[in-house]
Design a protein around this ligand. Structure first.
Ligand SMILES: NC(=O)c1ccc[n+]([C@@H]2O[C@H](COP(=O)([O-])OP(=O)(O)OC[C@H]3O[C@@H](n4cnc5c(N)ncnc54)[C@H](O)[C@@H]3O)[C@@H](O)[C@H]2O)c1
Length: 313
């Protein structure tokens, strides 16, 4: 395997924390540089504190370390971006464009940038949402993700940049806390169940959304990046699916190991974002092109979360 130097931007977030650990195990600690605007809680390898909007520092970092791959995760998530729309647009768009330009200038071999199911909107088919369909995002976050998908596709076509992307569903993991998204309830529910025996949910009981266990998302991301370039036919972003459930169904699953668990529902503004998103995703194109295959269903996910979150309480 050719030597790779991998830069992860937004490395201290919910996904970055787990992705860096996975990449360091696979590629070696010193070959994976973590970077974030915030200082990390613990340092396990090379770390650079940096703002992705600082083009000069980012260019210097990529040149000095002869970076061959960038995973660009720094972004403002749906609920937060709705409160700070111009800052959300600036970080989500200018941050991505900086990374794409620097990747072309410095001849970075591959770039990964995550999109989201938030690109879909009220006119999108809700069940088994296809890879190609009408996209009319209703959040600023979704607008920035849809525009970002097309920037990625444009840089692939115009400059030959090998940029790859996945439309993540809601991601559920126990190693870090979520960063202000609409699907965050599906992480907090486990922590609250174990700490208090109850959870007050900000979505209605019957709000079905596509979700995925973090281990599947990280493995899928790295598999996409390691797939031969000729297999990657979609240069906007791939649909991938894990499972779909409602808060009510998740509560029933939790009660199988914790019968006394209680859930209440007080929907807030995030209900309107969730209502515009798909209930389930058709990921047949990703399966066919680069062999995507999830390993976790809802009951396996609940088992893992209850076991691991117990250790944190
Ligand atoms: N977590 C999910 O369920 C989910 C679902 C769909 C898509 N995504 C996408 O995946 C990516 C990562 O998501 P996440 O959940 O890990 O987010 P997060 O909010 O947990 O982490 C983002 C990280 O970026 C850092 N950051 C913010 N501004 C920065 C800046 N100017 N410069 C450098 N770093 C900065 C933050 O400090 C944070 O550590 C985002 O693009 C997000 O839109 C996440």
């Amino acid at each position: 395997m050719a030597k790779e130097t991998i830069l992860v931007l937004g490395a201290n977030g919910q996904i970055g924390t787990e992705l860096v650990e996975y990449l360091r195990f696979e590629y070696g600690n010193v070959n994976v540089i973590a970077s974030d605007i915030k200082a990390p809680q613990e340092v396990h390898g090379p770390f650079e504190q940096m703002d992705v909007l600082d083009v000069n520092r980012l260019t210097e970092l990529v040149k000095d370390h002869k970076v061959t791959q960038i995973y660009h995760l720094a972004a403002m998530l749906s609920a937060t971006a709705e409160q700070k729309i111009m800052l959300g647009w600036e970080l989500n768009m200018t941050g991505l464009i900086n990374v794409l330009n620097i990747a072309v200038e410095c001849k970075v071999k591959k770039v990964f940038w995550p999109s989201s199911i938030a690109v879909f909107g009220p006119s999108t088919p809700k069940l088994n949402t296809p890879q190609y369909c009408y996209t009319d995002p209703s959040t600023l976050y979704g607008v920035s993700k849809l525009a970002g998908e097309h920037w990625c596709n444009y840089y692939f076509n115009k400059f030959g940049l090998d940029v790859r992307s996945i439309r993540y569903p809601g991601l559920i993991g126990y190693k870090s806390v979520p960063g202000g998204g609409t699907t965050d309830y599906a992480v907090y529910i486990f922590h609250e169940a174990l700490a208090r025996g109850s959870y007050d949910c900000f979505l209605e009981a019957d709000t079905m959304l596509p979700m995925m266990y973090m281990e599947d998302a990280i493995r899928g991301t790295v598999e996409l990046m390691e797939a031969p370039a000729e297999k990657i036919k979609v240069r906007t972003s791939y649909n991938i699916a894990g499972m779909s459930f409602t808060p009510g169904e998740l509560a029933i699953e939790i009660r199988k190991t914790m019968p006394e668990f209680k859930i209440t529902y007080h929907p807030d503004i995030r209900q309107t974002y969730a209502d515009s998103w798909p209930k389930s995703i058709d990921d047949s194109v990703a399966r066919k092109d680069w062999g995507w295959n999830p390993h976790f269903n809802t009951s396996k996910l609940v088992g893992e979360m209850m076991t691991h979150c117990k250790d944190l309480v």
